[in-house]
Design a protein around this ligand. Structure first.
Ligand code: HAM
Length: 459
């Protein structure tokens, strides 16, 4: 299929166009999405995960209670509206909240734990559209609910890395630990003390973050706030002993399973429900340039200068442990860990990494001539397809010449021609596309006959 430009062409007057930050996934991009879905479903099903699909629309409260007031998502990015019953509803901005709601609502805690789930679908965030950032985007989400052990964190990270490998894209795991919820509260105080003297230099959002949720100061993307982030006291220095031990063990699992990782103290994530392990997957190319910027930032820091501004790369995925979330929304205390890939970014990376999607083309073109033959063509095509013959047809095409030209263009080995007369005789014509020789064969034997001939041409 010839490429169709996804650029917004100037619309004619009164012709509707898509909304800002929304994207059409056009047919030529579909093979990348199909490959990603088939790799994900096979991999996760093989590892004992089950697919779950929760509604796209949920009660607004669910997200307010789970994602945290003071996070950008809740404060600025939710598509929230009042429905006809005057209830406040929200298009899901992420999947974990809906999945844990479903876990509690369907009593999944009564089954053998852990519950291993995956999901695939659209999300909505009223973000500022830019490269790799959309208002409707898609995620592959992976969750292990009901296990507190390090092996669960490692399994999620191992599978995320394996997903990238199987797709042929190069990504690195950037990993950190946020410690226990109590240690985080302590760290929030330390952070507030540190920022207090810098308040007037902060962007307006950071001033609000200081009052509401100090950890979110470390998420700020404003260049003017970056030096403060890199000067800030680090969370790793405030970890509780149990979290330290947990973190070291997760890293041991990763090393043993040959998952390369980079320790990155700035991975604090933009959602409030995390504790202990947090991680992101960065494109390897971004990781390299970011690593050198981080090195530069650290060098500047030790020289007593303000650290260099570091712009966050577009992570292709991220996640972590969220042991308090299920209890927080009314379930029993249940540890859990998970992650999500941003699929638009994964597909972009597949394209720039020149991932090959070549599949074998068709071997046979089915051409039909006349109304009766056209009516029978569906059945004949299905017969060929179910016999495993890679066939192609254009049922809407009427002229034989045009159909044979198309067959030629597609490079098939044989054309099968079903005409009015052949249909009455119970026969079809096989045309060898290389030398143009045609032969009449029995309609009932066409599948065996074509398979035999295809085998001969391949031998
Ligand atoms: P998140 O980091 O907010 O985590 O999103 C995961 C991924 O979704 C990001 O790394 C990014 O690739 C993609 N993404 C996020 N926002 C956008 C956007 N506006 N446009 C395009 N892609 C985007 C979560 O959503 C957590 N629920 C992950 C998780 C699952 N944690 C535990 N379980």
């Amino acid at each position: 299929m010839p490429p169709i430009s996804d650029k917004k062409s100037k619309p004619a007057k009164n012709v509707p166009t898509r909304l800002r930050g929304f994207k059409d996934i056009l047919p030529e991009e579909a093979p990348f999405w199909q490959r990603a879905y088939s790799v994900a479903s096979k991999l996760l099903n093989d590892y004992g995960f089950s697919e779950i699909n929760t509604p796209i629309l949920e009660a607004t409260n669910l997200f307010k209670r789970t994602l945290g007031e003071g996070t950008d998502i809740v404060d600025k990015e939710m598509f929230t509206f009042t429905d006809r019953s005057r209830d406040s509803v929200t298009l899901r901005p992420e999947m974990t909240a809906g999945i844990v709601r479903s876990y509690i609502e369907h009593g999944m805690f009564n089954r053998t734990q852990p519950i291993k789930l995956w999901s695939w679908g659209p999300l909505f965030r009223y973000d500022r559209p830019q490269a790799g950032r959309f208002r409707q985007f898609h995620q592959l989400d992976i969750e292990i609910i009901g296990n507190s052990r390090e092996v669960a964190d490692a399994e999620v990270i191992f599978l995320s890395h394996l997903f990238c490998q199987e797709l042929g894209i190069d990504a690195t795991v950037q990993i950190n630990s946020l410690g226990s919820t109590e240690a985080r509260k302590e760290y929030n105080k330390v952070l507030k003390d540190y920022y207090r003297s810098k308040r007037r230099l902060l962007c307006e959002d950071c001033k609000k973050r200081m009052a509401k949720n100090a950890l979110r100061l470390l998420d700020c993307k404003q260049p003017s706030c970056q030096p403060f982030i890199h000067e800030a006291p680090q969370l790793v220095d405030h970890l509780d002993d149990e979290s330290k031990r947990h973190f070291v063990k997760v890293l041991e699992y990763l090393a043993e399973s040959q998952v390369p990782y980079v320790l990155n103290p700035y991975i604090v994530r933009g959602l409030d429900y995390y504790n202990r392990t947090t991680f992101e997957l960065w494109p390897a190319s971004a990781s390299q340039s970011e690593a050198s910027t981080f090195a530069q930032a650290t060098a500047d820091k030790s020289a007593g200068e303000p650290a260099a501004a570091v712009s966050a790369p577009n992570a292709i995925g991220g996640g972590g442990r969220y042991d308090g979330l299920i209890e927080q929304i009314g379930g029993r205390a249940t540890p859990a860990v998970g992650m999500a890939f941003g699929l638009e970014r994964v597909v972009d990376l597949m394209k720039s990494s020149k991932v090959s999607l070549e599949t074998a083309g068709p071997d046979v073109f089915l051409a039909q001539l006349g109304e009766e033959a056209a009516k029978h063509a569906f059945l004949l095509f299905e017969k060929l397809r179910s016999a495993g013959v890679r066939a192609v047809a254009n049922f809407a095409h009427e002229g034989l010449k045009g159909q044979l030209e198309l067959a030629n263009k597609l490079g098939v080995v044989f054309a099968i021609i079903l005409g009015q007369k052949e249909l009455l005789d119970g026969t079809v014509i096989i045309r060898d596309m290389e030398n143009g020789i045609q032969e009449v064969v029995d309609l009932n034997k066409i599948c065996d006959e074509i398979k035999k001939r295809l085998k001969k041409t391949r031998d």
